[in-house]
Design a protein around this ligand. Structure first.
Ligand code: FE2
Length: 342
């Protein structure tokens, strides 16, 4: 027990930590963070990249503080005006903050309520939309910070986080060897390449070079822990036209799709998943390099949900060493040109 803060374990098998500050004053919180950043980051990575900071209400009045806090987790806090992001997700004043809300103009709706069971089923395919943020670019963001500004009741609109490091270690050795030389093809959800779009025969959007789907290894080595993790996404964020796995049979019923489905069902088993029940002021920090996440259903007719999100980058791993950002146009075109309907 420290004087100014306390860290406790969150989930099972050492997955995740919870950080609470004695003082709710934002200046005190920042001073404590600055004085203890090495210890906190060390605990964060030991807990495989899952951290919940409680009581961050002070940020609501000073959104720039979220950007400052994000810098503790990566050298570059991303500017969403310079990524493949629709303007309806932009924050009013901070270009580094993305809005997730069912309210206009964002209109980001929850997934459908797929089951009438009282118990929450977390595993794919019962729970849809498992993904790693912006995996359709190289390099993808390292870490996501998500601040709860308005939330529905805690039994709705939860965030599920799957520990793909543990899931990878639990694979049969033959499967790990099979995956070692395979690459997944990741694509934005709105360009006609998702599983659903392909099955429904939607047109495939013509893309500029910087908007094209991108490949990542199915087994990704974490640059801090050195451990291998599964790096996959669900059907909305992979390419079912030319993938979802390079060099395997393409399409929704091909060998690549079967492999991704098998891996998703494995990685999102209850034993690898932490369920976050939100309280206003929670700041959830998740490492995209080795975790998957998704939101659960909530009653968006009755409740408003508002999240502020930042993402940071700067240490994606050897795989991406020396690469230019794939999503920055080299020909002077607009980043979202032709994709504005997203
Ligand atoms: Fe996300």
């Amino acid at each position: 027990m420290q004087d100014a803060y306390r860290i406790t374990e969150l989930g099972q098998d050492g997955f995740g930590i919870r950080l609470e500050f004695k003082s709710g004053d934002l200046e005190d919180v920042f001073a404590t963070l600055a004085a203890n950043v090495d210890v906190i980051l060390d605990r964060f990575y030991t807990a495989r990249g899952l951290l919940v900071i409680k009581g961050m209400h002070g940020v609501f009045a000073r959104p720039q503080a979220l950007v400052e806090l994000s810098r503790l987790f990566g050298s570059e806090v991303e500017n969403y005006h310079q990524t493949l992001t629709s303007p309806r997700f932009f924050h009013d004043s901070e270009e580094e903050i993305l809005i997730l809300s069912n309210d206009p103009p964002c209109n980001h709706l929850p997934p459908p309520k797929v089951s009438r069971d009282d118990g929450l089923r977390v595993e794919f395919p019962h729970q849809p939309n498992w993904h790693s943020d912006q995996s359709y670019r190289r390099p993808p963001p390292d870490i996501t910070l998500l601040l709860a500004v308005r939330v529905p009741p805690p039994d709705q609109g939860q965030t599920l986080i799957a520990d793909c490091t543990r899931a990878c270690a639990a694979l049969k050795p033959q499967m790990r060897e099979r995956l070692r030389n395979l690459n997944g093809i990741h694509a934005p959800s709105w360009i006609g390449r998702s599983r659903e779009a392909v099955e429904q025969g939607e047109p495939v959007l013509d893309l500029l070079p910087h908007q094209l789907p991108q490949q990542h290894p199915l087994l990704r080595r974490h640059p801090v822990s050195g451990e291998d993790s599964l790096f996959i996404c669900e059907e909305k964020q992979m390419d079912f036209v030319d993938g979802p796995v390079a060099e395997l049979e393409v399409g929704p019923d091909g060998e690549g799709a079967r492999l991704i489905r098998e891996l998703l069902a494995h990685a999102t088993q209850e034993r690898f998943v932490y369920t976050h029940r939100w309280e206003v002021g929670d700041l959830l920090i998740t490492d995209n390099r080795n975790l998957l996440h998704c939101a659960t259903w909530y009653d968006s007719d009755s409740y408003s949900r508002l999240m502020w999100r930042t993402t940071v980058m700067g240490n994606p791993g050897d795989e991406y060493q020396g690469e230019e950002k794939s999503w920055i146009p080299q020909d002077g075109s607009q980043i979202m040109a032709g994709m504005d309907h997203a």
